[in-house]
Ligand binder design. Structure first.
Ligand SMILES: Nc1nc2c(ncn2[C@@H]2O[C@H](COP(=O)(O)OP(=O)(O)OP(=O)(O)O)[C@@H](O)[C@H]2O)c(=O)[nH]1
Length: 470
């Protein structure tokens, strides 16, 4: 049984899930802050923002209140805070609310999983504005007076929220619900950018200095071009966290004297790493959009819009397919509607289109997966069969012709008798090398036979059965 933990129709259980999740995140998050390196990250706010953006119906005041209560409870019980639990956590919930509101303000993508470039850019803006709001409240809530300590507290809050948000949210928002990573084919083309990324992080640590933080940028852009978007965002997250930890541990040395800087070198590093990450992310989202577009264009070119059968180019594409390569014999038939012009003239072009759609469906029913079916042009269809002899091909053609003839078409309330003429051609020992030109030859031969069917009165298959047996 599949339990949906977050379900729009089950508000109470969804609120409870949100409460438990928030409390768990806070509990784990506050314990993860113990080591000094990880005290720089507070992923809870970005995680909650990611959940709310992925389940937009959660973006309701009462759900924010549920999260806030869980945060306060966690700090009261486990951190021993009293008043601070209420005021400080308000800053956290402010981040979640502002970031989610900005991200949800854009309409959802048409394609469920696609993250558009505009929305990707919004992540940066959302984290920036949410971090400013959160830092402003959080620094004041810490009870600092109007002095230098307030500025330090503000920049601490801001750099932490901003860097965690910008690094984590792209990954959370591109992670597919049913990830297909395991099925992705890992090739050298994919491994090389990852190796380059690891080497560039090592180079940052060895060379040091302010510029070293941007060393991984070219490798990250390379990853963005070569890898699926979710893999890129995951690598961005890992690289960003690694760089920040390396700065904290002094392995990447970027500072001169902190006293000469308006922000500490660490905060500067956090902001720098987050700002760098957005470039590869935009490249990755753009590449994803280009891949999807290419796929859609290929589909559009390979299928006929009206009948959803293969188009002529789609047929040739299929013929190049590997499964057909081993095929020895092929048979082709051309199916042409009789007096189709008079259907258009009597009932209009739309009715003519409806006939083409209905006819395509009937052809599909008869041919099934025994052959390839294509709308070759106008009111002409081509079916290609493999490993058939002429007699079997003739019987296939007749079953198609009879299926069209026997069931009448209804056009604008009128019952109309529609028939088709068919020409067939068959070839033994189809050459694997020049399959396309062999099929083209068969189409020409079948077209000649179609002409005989038309000339001899239509609604028939040519050549006749006795010629096929001979
Ligand atoms: N509704 C519609 N008509 C189309 C489409 N493509 C081609 N046609 C029409 O199909 C008709 C074909 O006419 P003809 O080539 O004279 O053939 P026919 O009337 O079927 O006569 P025979 O083939 O000789 O039996 C033309 O009137 C075209 O305009 C289409 O996508 N939709």
């Amino acid at each position: 049984m599949c339990v949906k933990w977050l379900d729009e129709k089950r508000e109470i259980s969804s609120a409870m899930t949100l409460f438990v999740t928030t409390a768990l995140f806070c509990f784990v998050g506050s314990h993860l802050r113990m080591p000094q390196e990880l005290s720089l990250f507070w992923p809870v706010n970005a995680l909650l923002t990611g959940i709310i953006v992925r389940f937009p119906w959660l973006h309701r005041t009462r759900n924010y209140f549920v999260c806030y209560t869980a945060m306060v409870l966690n700090d009261t019980i486990f951190s021993g805070w009293t008043g601070g639990a209420f005021t400080i956590n308000f800053a956290n919930i402010l981040f979640v609310f502002v970031a989610a509101a900005i991200l949800l303000a854009s309409p959802p993508a048409q394609d469920g999983n696609a993250l558009r470039v505009g929305k990707a850019m919004r992540i940066f803006a959302a984290c920036l504005i949410a971090s400013i709001s959160c830092a402003s409240w959080g620094a004041l809530a810490q009870g600092e007076g109007m002095n230098e300590k307030l500025i330090t507290a503000w920049s601490d809050w801001f750099s932490e929220q901003f860097s965690t948000g910008v690094l984590l949210l792209p990954f959370l928002l591109t992670l597919k619900r049913q990830t297909t990573l395991s099925r992705a084919v890992i090739s050298t083309k994919m491994v090389l950018p990852v190796i380059a990324l690891i080497l560039s992080v090592c180079a940052s640590a060895m060379i040091g200095g302010a510029g070293s933080l941007s060393f991984p940028l070219p490798a990250m852009i390379w990853c963005a071009i070569r890898l699926p978007i979710v893999a890129t965002t995951l690598l961005m997250l890992i690289t960003g966290i690694t760089e920040i930890i390396l700065v904290v541990d002094g392995i990447i040395t970027i500072q001169g004297g902190d006293s000469s800087l308006p922000l500490s070198h660490l905060m500067s590093a956090r902001l720098g790493v987050a700002t760098l990450a957005i470039g590869p992310f935009i490249v990755s989202v753009s590449m994803d959009a280009i891949r999807r577009l290419n796929h859609q264009l290929a589909l559009r070119a390979d299928y006929d819009f009206l009948t959803r059968l293969l188009s002529r180019s789609g047929l040739y594409e299929q013929l190049r397919g590997r499964e057909i390569a081993s095929c020895q014999r092929a048979g082709v038939m051309i199916i042409d509607i009789d007096y189709f012009k008079s259907i258009n003239d009597s009932f209009g072009h739309d009715a003519g289109d409806a006939v083409l759609e209905e006819l395509a469906q009937r052809l599909r029913n008869v041919v099934g997966d025994r052959g390839l079916l294509c709308r070759f042009g106008g009111e002409e269809f081509v079916a290609v069969f493999f490993n058939v002899d002429r007699e079997a091909l003739w019987h296939h053609a007749e079953s198609i012709r009879q299926a069209i003839e026997q069931e009448k078409f209804v056009l604008q309330g009128n019952t109309v008798n529609i028939t088709v003429s068919i020409g067939i051609a068959c070839q033994h020992r189809l050459s694997g090398k020049d399959r396309i030109s062999a099929i083209n030859g068969l189409i020409s031969a079948a077209d000649k036979n179609l002409y005989y069917s038309k000339r001899n009165g239509r609604n028939q298959t040519s050549p006749a059965l006795h010629e096929c047996i001979a």
